[in-house]
Design a protein around this ligand. Structure first.
Ligand code: HEM
Length: 454
């Protein structure tokens, strides 16, 4: 009998899959249309400026759902991004295609080099380097200086200690970025990287001005570029002096101390200026990011009572691994960077052989929409559901490929260390009124976010 049943089963499964995919496609189109209508309503009648609306995660989700349904890859011959040499603009939204773009670092090149040159006085930082020996030397040295053993030894204890003390002394209310996450990250920079003799406020101001210029400026806006160039100059001067002082003083076991040991051992990419530029880049990548992520994640938790309850249970059980799953899933709904950008080194056909196939011409500035990829129903099951059991490949939160985040594991340790003492409080909630919602500052960064507990 099996020789009859097996082919029949295959035929039925085939028919089932065809119908399932047809219904799914109809659902995706209807949902895309509904999102287009919502988007039009929001853009015409919603509160705030057009820039505010474009920055809102609801608008980003809706726009990407519409694009994914009808125009999964748009290629415009028009040069919309003026901060970089390019020949046009593309937006890639389907999950498979986002993976295809970001994983191919020989075709889709990192764009940041010109901005890094402004910030490092003509040099580069490895996020702005292509896949070259220079890139590998820089990353390898820094991986030795800031190695993964430090995470349980230094990162988790430092953030836990500082965050625990701040929450315990806060009297049931605090402004998350200003009182907790930003000062603790500046403290971590001092203790772990060795940035002594610098006020927390100065480090925070420098790194935010520089971060804003690298990641949020697409037109070389003088109001963004000039403060970043000034901050970078002051930071370089400070770091030059710090390096000179440390070389003249006693050895210390922090990231700077280890860089100096690697220099003494004759390692490549460890000259004084190289160490300085790597510190400029690393501190800029570290101080603004984790506070930004923490605010967005808490915002999601406070909108989703079940997720908040689950995360709180994990915090009370002291289960960091489980807590991290809640944190990462919450972050999926509101990631720090909804897009990753690259420049096409040659003409390239994305999604070749599918109905989505599009040619991206050489020189195009490409936005690979990782937010969209994480909500693509063709790749991620029940994307709108808060589900902590998702496989790791559903997430693109710390990048992909060559330039995948250097600090991913630092973030995986620091975020639970921030959230644990907060979630362990009774009745964690937003402060009343506008104060209980994220207010941006220094450009697009979550700058104030008041919360309370009993
Ligand atoms: C929640 C916090 C963080 C998020 C969401 C995040 C996100 C990212 C993303 C998306 C990229 C890739 C950018 C691209 O491909 O264009 C990246 C790269 C990078 N990140 Fe992070 N990051 C975080 C924290 C950190 C921290 C704490 C550090 C340093 C200690 C750091 C250092 C870096 C560096 C150096 C790169 C460049 C890596 C390379 O070019 O090989 N990041 N990050």
């Amino acid at each position: 009998m099996e020789f009859v049943i097996a082919p029949l089963r295959s035929v039925f499964s085939c028919i089932y899959n065809i119908f399932r995919n047809i219904f799914k496609a109809i659902y995706v189109w209807c949902y895309g249309l509904w999102n287009l209508l919502w988007l039009i309503k929001e853009l015409l009648f919603g509160k705030g400026t057009l820039a505010d609306k474009a920055a809102s995660v609801g608008v980003q989700h809706a726009g990407m759902m519409f694009l994914r349904a009808f125009l999964p890859t748009i290629v415009l011959r028009k040069k919309l991004i003026t901060a970089y040499e390019n020949t046009g603009t593309a937006v890639v939204t389907a999950a498979e295609d986002v993976w295809e773009v970001v994983n191919q670092d020989e075709v889709f090149l990192t764009a940041y080099a010109p901005k890094m040159a402004v910030l490092t006085n003509g040099s580069n930082f490895f996020l702005g380097m292509q896949n070259t020996p220079r890139y590998t030397n820089n990353v390898s040295d820094l991986r030795l200086a800031a190695n993964r053993d430090d995470i349980p030894r230094v990162i988790t204890p430092t953030v836990s200690r500082e965050a625990g003390q701040i929450v315990a002394g806060a009297g049931g209310e605090l402004d998350l970025p200003q009182q907790l996450t930003l000062p603790v990250m500046a403290q971590l920079a001092e203790e772990y990287f060795g940035t002594t003799g610098l006020s927390k406020e100065t480090l925070i101001q420098w790194t935010h001005a520089i971060f804003r210029y690298i990641f949020f400026d697409f037109s070389e806006e003088p109001a963004v570029k000039d403060p970043a160039a000034q901050a970078a100059k002051e930071m370089r001067d400070y770091l030059d002096q710090l390096i000179a002082d440390r070389k003249a003083g006693p050895e210390k076991d922090d990231v700077l101390g280890r860089c100096l040991k690697l220099q003494a051992a004759g390692m490549p990419a460890m000259g004084d200026e190289n160490i300085r530029d790597n510190f400029l880049g690393m501190l800029t990548a570290m101080v603004p990011t984790i506070p930004n992520a923490a605010a967005k994640i808490l915002d999601v938790f406070l909108d989703k009572p079940e997720a908040l309850a689950g995360a709180r249970a994990a915090a009370l059980a002291d289960d960091d691994e489980l807590l991290l799953k809640y944190i990462i899933e919450a972050f999926r709904f509101n990631p720090m960077n909804p897009v990753i950008f690259r420049i096409a080194a040659r003409d390239y056909v994305v999604a070749e052989g599918t109905l989505r196939q599009r040619t991206i011409p050489k020189g195009t500035f490409v936005f690979a929409a990782n937010l969209s990829a994480m909500f693509d129903p063709w790749a991620v099951s029940s994307p709108q559901k808060f589900d902590i059991t998702r496989p790791p490949e559903d997430y693109i939160l710390w990048g992909l490929g060559l330039h995948r985040c250097f600090g991913e594991y630092i973030s995986h340790a620091a975020l639970p260390a921030f959230f644990k003492p907060l979630l362990q409080q009774e009745n964690l909630r937003r402060a009343p009124g506008a104060a209980g919602h994220i207010e941006t500052g220094q450009g697009p960064f979550p700058w104030h976010f008041h919360i309370e507990w009993d």
